[in-house]
Design a protein around this ligand. Sequence first.
Ligand SMILES: [Zn+2]
Length: 68
Amino acid sequence: MATHVSCPTCKKSTVYSKENPYRPFCSKRCKLIDLGEWASEGHRIAGKPADEELLSGDLPGNQDQSRE
Ligand SMILES: [Zn+2]
């Protein structure tokens, strides 16, 4: 019996089983993205955690600039 779950990264339905070493993700790529290690896949970010917030979108106004 295979259990299906939604990949936390891309929301694609994927099999949650021993046959999927990247569960609950659909692929190695999605797992790396979720771990924040996607930089090693070819992109480079100079250690700026704020970038993750930008990726999530929905930032109201210039909230980012109020940070000290
Ligand atoms: Zn995925």
